[in-house]
Design a protein around this ligand. Structure first.
Ligand code: CAA
Length: 275
């Protein structure tokens, strides 16, 4: 198992993260259990760096949390005067007028990069959620392609209850999973959804007993690895684009993708016969 390089390891530790890479599988662990894996701006920047520096061998990324919660969302210290120790307080800068609209936009866009890369077609991303996934924690789980929940999972889009909106790229996958009306109900009541309801609402692909979570993730990872990676990447891209295309456009996209696959398989077969 490869751990992160020492300089990266320091950055990750300071951000409350751990990264391990075993062959084709990277596991990112939210690792501030004493704060229920609450996340800060530093966490999201470091997450973005994980995506940027992912070894090319990796085709599956598992995101998980240490301790009883997946993540309690944003570190609430970010809203208090002074903010989080060691990090510039955006709230202080807004309050004293030193952060203008363009800077706010740029900072939030930077935070969002920590979540956006999980949609990359060359990796399949899996969230393994036990306990609470609140606010930014739920948005992180929603950013993954697949979610496996322990039966004690509790999901909550809490932002509106705190006077905020969910802004870490979670609104689109939420609407896509549950539809606009249910998404509105969940966000505008900020109610907590248990594991069984989450499965019914298609917020989870699988719910298992807490002591089965690691095994279920391992089984899923093995099943994903059994499919050739290039075919998986092309299929993920095709499925991601489906909702935004007409049937004609999607049919054309399927033809293009299949032509690429057929050419690659033919080239492979020619190499195999030559060798
Ligand atoms: N930020 C900072 N610290 C947090 C935290 C958070 N989000 N969540 C928990 N902690 C800390 C607690 O303060 C506590 O610290 P102490 O031991 O020093 O008292 C420690 O973690 C353990 O927490 P609890 O004792 O509360 O643990 P619990 O198991 O009883 O409850 C919980 C867990 C339900 C997650 C509860 O801690 C909680 O409700 N936390 C706040 C959740 C929240 O409101 N998050 C913000 C969501 S909105 C968002 O994320 C905004 C955005 O994206 C823009």
């Amino acid at each position: 198992m490869a751990e992160a390089a020492p300089e990266e390891d320091g950055e990750l530790r300071a951000a409350g993260l751990r990264l391990s890479v075993t062959g084709e599988v990277a596991t990112v662990t939210l690792a501030r259990p004493e704060r229920r894996n609450a996340m800060t701006g530093r966490t999201w920047r470091a997450l973005a760096h994980v995506g940027q520096r992912l070894p090319s061998s990796v085709r599956i990324v598992v995101i998980t949390g240490e301790g009883p919660s997946f993540s309690a969302g944003i570190d609430l210290a970010m809203f208090r005067p002074g903010g989080v120790e060691g990090e510039t307080s955006l709230m202080d800068r807004i309050a004293d007028g030193s952060a203008d609209e363009a800077e706010l936009d740029a900072v939030i866009a930077e935070y969002q990069e920590g979540f956006r890369w999980l949609r990359r077609p060359d990796v399949v991303t899996v969230a393994a959620v036990r306990g609470h996934a609140i606010g930014a924690g739920l948005q992180l789980a929603l950013s993954c392609d697949l979610r496996i929940l322990a039966d004690d999972a509790q999901l909550c889009m809490k932002e509106p209850a705190l006077g905020l909106v969910p802004d870490l790229t979670g609104t689109k996958p939420l609407v896509e999973a549950v539809g606009p009306n249910r998404a509105m109900e969940l966000c505008l009541t900020a109610r907590t959804v248990g594991a069984d309801e989450a499965r019914e609402l298609r917020l989870a692909e699988l719910v298992v007993a807490g002591d089965q979570l690691d095994g279920a993730v391992a089984d899923l990872v093995a099943a994903l690895q059994a499919v050739p990676r290039e075919a998986a990447a092309a299929t993920k891209e095709l499925l991601q684009g489906a909702a935004g295309r007409t049937l004609d456009e999607q049919a054309a996209a399927e033809r293009r993708a299949q032509a690429g696959r057929l050419r690659a398989l033919a080239a492979q077969s020619a190499r195999d016969s030559a060798g």
